[in-house]
Design a protein around this ligand. Structure first.
Ligand SMILES: C[S@@+](CC[C@H](N)C(=O)[O-])C[C@H]1O[C@@H](n2cnc3c(N)ncnc32)[C@H](O)[C@@H]1O
Length: 346
């Protein structure tokens, strides 16, 4: 999934630090997991803990991190006589098939109730039907927990491919992008087996950190004032499917509880300090940007205060995506990867 701050392009650099510094480590925690790209990549090597404040991320994590293989779907296959992905993808949906309020159709596609153009009418109905059906199957014990999250993640992952947006859900396009007119089809996500007890959470990182321990902690918080919840509000609502009271041109759900202190200038340093102080992990890798709210000096001070000073290391990686702009002068923008070793409590 396209996601602000996704670290798809940084995996090799992170791996290099791990190979250099954390030989013998067994566990890896991705505490700001987003798309789960980082946790998924390192699942081949480590027992994984993953976490994020957003429910949409939690669903992806449950599907990819906790599942070791494509779920068996025994009960639902018995019931339907076929694989649930094939069953849902083959359906033609119309309004009369939807049992509860078609929340996405009514609020995020253009009709008598809304002007919003996030989805075509056909795809909005598909989203409502798929989402309600998956919930109903779970309530009727036709899906195990892991099967439920795997199907739901297949929906979450598929939606950006048919969304009429320029990148995030902060706004919809006024014209119809050709992608949005394609038919929504659920996606089967790839799973990796590592024969370990991998765990996913949906908590504030600063709360979770007090409850966990392990070898490697990877920290990738937001680095600027741009909150994630408003930028992904439609996906979050589909993930939760909780019929929120929405407002404004974009139909925003309330997101007070989902606001991150890492996006707030007056709070971020305290939150970061608290996280590092409470981390019961031997190796800490911290992703940030030269454009971030905290300065390199501030970060360095915190890491050295709570870790082993001599182990401190900073790797600067030029932002690749900025290099290719026409007539671009080399910018002084860098992704930052900090490393510190900590004395850990047993
Ligand atoms: C830079 S993104 C992570 C990207 C991720 N590494 C990837 O490759 O997709 C930051 C993530 O932190 C989450 N987040 C922000 N504040 C949080 C908090 N206090 N606790 C847990 N997650 C938080 C956001 O929801 C967002 O998904």
């Amino acid at each position: 999934m396209r996601y602000i701050g996704s670290k798809v392009l940084l995996l090799e650099q992170i791996e290099k630090i791990i190979k250099d510094k954390a030989v013998g480590a067994n566990s890896f925690c991705d505490i700001f997991s987003g798309t789960s790209t980082v946790a998924r990549y390192f699942k081949k090597d480590f027992e994984i803990i993953s976490n994020d404040l957003l429910h949409l991320s939690f669903v992806l994590q449950k599907a990819i991190i906790e599942n070791a293989e494509y779920p068996k779907f025994k009960n639902i296959i018995n019931y339907l006589g076929k694989d649930p992905f094939d069953y849902l993808n083959d359906l033609e949906i119309n309004l009369s098939m939807i049992q509860s309020t078609p929340f996405i159709y009514e609020n995020y596609s253009p009709n008598t109730k809304s002007d919003r153009q996030y989805f075509s009418n056909e795809n909005a109905l598909r989203i409502d039907y798929f989402r309600q059906t998956i919930e109903e199957w779970k309530e009727n014990n036709l899906l195990e927990d892991n099967e439920y999250y795997y199907l739901l993640a297949g929906l979450i992952e598929a939606i950006p491919f048919v969304s009429n947006i320029a990148g995030t859900y902060g706004a919809y396009l006024k014209h119809w992008d050709s992608r949005a007119l394609k038919r929504l089809e659920l996606i089967k996500l790839e799973t990796v087996s590592n024969n370990k007890n991998n765990q996913s959470f949906n908590k504030d990182s600063n709360e979770l950190i007090k409850e966990i321990k392990g070898d490697i902690l990877y920290i990738d918080p937001p680095y600027n004032k741009r909150q994630y919840a408003p930028n992904y509000h439609v996906l979050e609502t589909i993930s939760r499917y909780d019929n929120p009271v929405i407002t404004g041109v974009t139909g925003m759900r309330p997101y007070k509880e989902l606001k991150s202190k890492y996006c707030v200038a007056k709070d971020v340093l305290n939150s970061f300090t608290d996280l590092i102080k409470n981390a019961n992990f031997k190796h800490i890798i911290f992703s940030y940007s030269t454009e971030g709210i905290m300065s390199i000096e501030e970060i360095e001070n915190v890491l050295k205060k709570h870790g082993i000073k001599e182990s401190y290391q900073l790797t600067k990686i030029p932002y690749r995506r900025y290099k290719h702009r026409a007539g671009d002068v080399e910018h002084d923008l860098h992704e930052l990867l900090f490393y510190i070793e900590k004395e850990v409590k047993c």
